[in-house]
Design a binder for this molecule. Structure first.
Ligand SMILES: [Zn+2]
Ligand SMILES: [Zn+2]
Length: 131
């Protein structure tokens, strides 16, 4: 049996997980799992899904219910979800930071324009009064 991800053979001494759907074998390291993940998974009788089966699953799920409301989520799903969320959050923070900066920059320009326009207005009035 060879690992579905790296295609190298899975030896008996190596940490491995079997996909609960297609029963493909994958090295835990290739699956991005640490020994603790595997331990928790085994203790809770959770099945692990390979990327292909996960994709199939999320594809069929995404149309029906939001992922967070799915009570049948396996631990690995939750872990990968959390990992994804953390990355999303990071991305969002960066986006937010960028847009805030853009906002400030815009505000600054508006303020500057206002002042400049205001200054011109005052000048115009002064000129009118003088003439
Ligand atoms: Zn592998
Ligand atoms: Zn599978």
């Amino acid at each position: 049996m060879s690992c579905k991800i790296c295609f190298k053979s899975v030896r008996s001494g190596q940490n491995k997980v079997a996909c609960g759907v297609c029963s493909a074998l994958v090295h835990t390291t290739c699956a991005g799992l640490n020994t603790n993940d595997v331990k928790i998974m085994t203790e809770n009788n959770r099945i692990w899904r390979c990327t292909d089966c996960n994709l199939e699953r999320s594809k069929s799920m995404s149309d029906v219910t939001p992922v967070s409301n799915d009570s049948s989520l396996s631990l690995v799903d939750v872990i990968s979800l959390l990992k994804g969320m953390r990355e999303d959050q990071k991305k969002m923070e960066i986006d937010l930071g960028n847009s805030l900066e853009a906002c400030h920059a815009d505000l600054f320009i508006y303020e500057k324009n206002d002042k400049e326009l205001g200054g011109e207005k005052v000048q115009c009035q002064e000129n009118r009064e003088n003439s």
